[in-house]
Design a protein around this ligand. Structure first.
Ligand code: XMP
Length: 492
């Protein structure tokens, strides 16, 4: 029988490829990896310094990890196994971190006693406070050093007596550099921000300015706050609204099969109602992309590639990820809508292959679940340290909410049919070094292809197909690894 003969037309099927099936064809280059510019658009209106997102999973992204992701130039997407109020608080926590102008300022009134203010500052964890009248006009500033250890003022003296009344203030448009110069010049640690009528609108502190300086490439919104994404269930309009009001930059419609028409109707309604960008996912085919590209600000791709996913095994449905990304990107590119490749990325090489296939950014779960900033504690098994990592479609995660990701009802008395497993992943230390390895490897890929920017790389990169012998050759082979590399483990 000739090789393309088939017993039934049903078996005349296209082939779909994933990460290990392909490699980037090396090309002439003058690009040093460190010079590769990793900036990318993750949705219509949001740009990141590095094309990486952390997964919306309850063992991966809460506010702590989202803050660190944005400081390092990427974006965290808060999971949704929490109340709507907690989602809003999570967004606010990320937005407040590193803010230049603190809005929630602890203030003192001139009539309070020194003792009261001292206690208040201790309780609030601040070392100084602007003194304001009932109209918020700034009268002075009081700091721990003014009043402790009560050498020149009595405990029961009024703040008015103890405060510094020649206050150095600045206006809303103060830059970090100008604020720092003011602080050095006047040997002060905080500058109240005031409006035209000297009313307090915020506060800039030395610690705040210095903290921001550490993160030059942080991903920030127009106000300078860190960016953050939020996952919402396909029908969770209330969570989408709350996230939007709290200042989320991107809302992710979080569904295992976004080509479900009810999900698309709901996603469209949510998109029309909120200001934040709306990324719709997950999809894995060109037809699904066509169905959402008209209203989505971004499209997220991945039907079953994830490390903890059993969707393809349980349901028999899925799309190998390189093919899925390429199909969706063909459609999305024509409309200028960014694509995110979600799941299945084990190495930096996989991440840059996803970009070559057409993604603008990648989303990872297992890669970040073992970091210090991920929720959950470290456990030791057989002398090795691990952190918990579980699929959002695992029994444990579905019991904690979010079964609607798999379009399943949360029936108390019914057993869930899971599409994910509960697992452990090696403990990895700080997120910053993991992300550094990931992005550094991606930049190497850009160097081999000779592309300086992500759009140029998408254009210029070509794949070659790899045989199974080629795959074996790609990994470390015929040796016993004696020292662990920070970016490679044969067990991945
Ligand atoms: P990685 O491979 O980075 O994948 O760990 C993370 C992505 O996997 C998806 N996800 C699931 N898919 N069952 C699934 O089929 C699950 O239980 C599950 N939990 C998460 C999700 O897209 C995530 O970003």
């Amino acid at each position: 029988m000739a090789s393309d003969d088939v017993f039934s037309e049903k078996l005349r099927v296209p082939e779909a490829l994933t990460f290990d099936d392909v490699l980037l064809r090396p090309k002439e280059s003058r690009v040093e990896p460190d010079d590769a510019d990793m900036r990318t658009r993750v949705s219509t209106n949001v740009t990141l310094s590095v094309p990486v997102l952390s997964a919306a999973m309850d063992t991966v992204t809460e506010a702590e990890l989202a803050v660190e992701m944005a400081r390092q130039g990427g974006m965290g997407v808060l999971h949704r196994n929490m109340s709507v109020e907690e989602t809003a608080e999570g967004v606010e926590e990320v937005k407040r971190a590193d803010e230049l102008i603190i809005r929630d300022v602890v203030t003192a009134s001139p009539e309070q006693t020194v003792r009261e203010v001292d206690r208040m500052m201790e309780r609030e964890g601040v070392s100084g406070a602007p003194v304001v009248d009932e109209d918020d006009a700034v009268l002075g500033i009081i700091s721990g050093t003014d009043i402790r250890p009560y050498l020149e003022v009595g405990e029961y003296d009024a703040v008015r007596e103890a405060m510094t009344d020649e206050v150095i203030t600045a206006s809303e448009d103060v830059t970090p550099r100008a604020a720092l110069e003011l602080m050095y010049e006047h040997r002060i640690e905080r500058v109240p921000i005031v409006d035209d009528e000297n009313r307090l609108t915020g506060l800039v502190t030395m610690a705040g300015v210095l903290a921001r300086r550490e993160y030059d490439d942080a991903a920030r919104d127009d106000d300078g706050a860190l960016v953050v994404g939020v996952a919402v269930g396909p029908f969770e309009t209330d969570r989408a609204r709350a996230a939007d009001e709290a200042g989320a930059d991107v809302v992710f419609i979080d569904c295992a099969h976004a080509h479900n028409l009810d999900v698309i109707d709901s996603a469209r309604e949510i998109e029309a109602e909120i200001d934040a960008d709306v990324v719709v996912g997950n999809v894995g085919t060109a037809e699904a992309a066509e169905a959402v590209v008209g209203f989505a600000d971004g499209i997220k791709v991945g039907i079953g590639p994830g490390s903890i996913c059993t969707t393809r095994i349980v349901s028999g449905a899925g799309m190998p990820q390189i093919t899925a990304v390429a199909e969706v990107a063909d459609v999305a590119d024509r409309h200028g809508v960014p694509v995110i490749a979600d799941g299945g990325i084990r190495y930096s090489g996989d991440a840059i292959k996803a970009i070559a296939a057409g993604a603008d950014a990648v989303m990872l779960g297992s890669y970040f679940a073992g970091t210090d900033e991920a929720p959950g504690r470290i456990v030791t098994m057989n002398g090795k340290r691990y952190k918990q990592y579980r699929g959002m479609g695992s029994v444990g995660a579905m019991n904690d909410g979010g079964g609607d990701r798999y379009l399943k009802d949360e029936a108390e008395d019914e057993e869930f049919v899971p599409e994910g497993v509960e697992a452990a992943t090696p403990y990895k230390g700080p997120l910053s070094s993991e992300l550094h390895q990931l992005v550094g490897g991606m930049q190497s890929g850009m160097g081999y292809v000779g592309a300086e920017t992500i759009p140029e790389f998408k254009e210029r990169s070509e794949f070659v197909r790899v045989s199974s012998a080629g795959q074996t050759e790609s990994h470390a082979h015929d040796v016993v690894i004696t020292d662990e590399a920070p970016n490679y483990s044969p067990d991945n």
